[in-house]
Ligand binder design. Structure first.
Ligand SMILES: NC(=O)c1ccc[n+]([C@@H]2O[C@H](COP(=O)([O-])OP(=O)(O)OC[C@H]3O[C@@H](n4cnc5c(N)ncnc54)[C@H](O)[C@@H]3O)[C@@H](O)[C@H]2O)c1
Length: 245
C-alpha cells in the first residue's frame, strides 16, 4: 500500500467566515494571493470582496449561505473552511447575565458547529477536507485585565468541539484543527483602561508586540492546505510565546 497522501497538493476552494474584518479578511486575501478560490461569509454581503451574507448563529441563514456557495462553485465541495467569525465582549463574570452569556456562546460556540457542519456535509460528499476553527489564548488562561467569562468559556467549547469533530469526521477524510491566537492587532482588540494597560499587555507577551492578522492567516492556511495533511485534532497557539510563559 502506498503511504503517499491522497490529499490534493494544489489548493482549490476555501470558505472563510468573518471575512469582512481582521483575521478572516487577512486569510481570504492571502489565500487569493496563493491561488485559492475563496468565498467569504459575514453579516454584511460584499460582492466585490466575494462575501456572502450569513448570520452564523442562525441555522437557516447558514443553510442559505452555503446554498449560495454551492451555486457559485456549481456543486463542488469546499476543500477547506477557516471559521473566523466571532465576537469578544468585555464583561466580568459577576456582571454576566444569562442573556449576555447566551449571546456570546451563540456566536462563538454554536456558530462554530453550524458553519463547520455545513462545510463538512459537503466535504464528506467531496471526499474530504480541512476545517479550522478559531479559539483563543483565553480558552486556557484566565484574563485579569479584560475579563470576559462568556468569551473564555466559548473558546473552551471551540477547543473541545475541535477534538470531537476531528474524531467524528476523520473517517470521512476531514481534518479539524483550531488556531488559538494571543493578542492580535485587529478591530476586535481594544486594550482599554489606564494608559499603562498597553504596556502591561506587552509585558505578558515574550515577543513584546501584538501579532498581526496576517501572521494568524499564514497558520490558518497551513492548516487548510495539504502541507498539514496528517495534522488533526490539534490546537496551534499563535501568540508570540504568551501561553508558554
Ligand atoms: N484579535 C484577537 O486578538 C483575537 C485573539 C484570539 C482569538 N481571536 C479570534 O479570532 C477570530 C477573528 O477575530 P478578529 O480579531 O479577526 O475579529 P474581527 O472583529 O476583526 O472580525 C470578526 C468578524 O466576525 C464577524 N461576525 C461577528 N458575528 C457574526 C455573526 N453572527 N455571523 C457572521 N459573522 C459574524 C464580524 O462581522 C467580523 O467581520 C474570532 O473568533 C476571535 O475570537 C481573535
Amino acid at each position: 500500500m502506498s503511504l503517499m497522501s491522497t490529499v490534493p497538493s494544489v489548493p482549490r476552494r476555501l470558505v472563510v467566515s468573518g471575512a469582512g474584518s481582521g483575521i478572516g479578511r487577512a486569510t481570504a486575501e492571502l489565500a487569493r494571493e496563493r491561488g485559492w478560490s475563496v468565498l467569504g461569509l459575514d453579516l454584511a454581503e460584499d460582492r466585490r470582496a466575494g462575501i456572502i451574507a450569513c448570520d452564523i448563529t442562525d441555522e437557516g441563514s447558514v443553510r442559505d449561505a452555503f446554498a449560495r456557495v454551492d451555486e457559485v462553485w456549481e456543486g463542488a465541495a469546499p476543500d477547506a473552511l477557516t471559521h473566523c467569525a466571532g465576537v469578544y465582549r468585555f464583561r466580568p463574570a459577576l456582571e454576566t447575565t444569562a442573556e449576555a452569556w447566551d449571546a456570546v456562546l451563540a456566536i462563538n460556540a454554536r456558530g462554530s458547529l453550524l458553519v463547520a457542519s455545513a462545510a463538512a456535509r459537503r466535504m464528506r460528499e467531496g471526499g474530504g477536507g480541512s476545517v479550522t476553527l478559531l479559539s483563543s489564548i483565553g480558552a486556557a488562561r484566565g484574563d485579569a485585565g479584560e475579563p470576559s467569562a462568556a468569551y473564555s468559556a466559548s473558546k473552551g467549547a471551540v477547543e473541545s468541539l475541535t477534538r470531537q469533530l476531528a474524531v467524528e469526521w476523520g473517517p470521512y477524510g476531514i481534518r479539524c484543527n483550531a488556531v488559538a491566537p494571543g493578542v492580535i492587532d485587529t478591530p476586535m482588540t481594544t486594550v482599554s483602561g489606564d494608559p499603562g494597560a498597553f504596556e502591561q499587555v506587552l509585558r505578558r507577551i515574550p515577543a513584546r508586540r501584538l501579532g498581526t492578522a496576517e501572521e494568524v492567516a499564514r497558520v490558518c492556511l497551513f492548516l487548510a492546505s495539504a502541507e498539514s495533511a496528517y495534522v488533526s485534532g490539534t490546537i496551534i497557539a499563535v501568540d508570540g510565546g504568551q501561553s508558554a510563559s
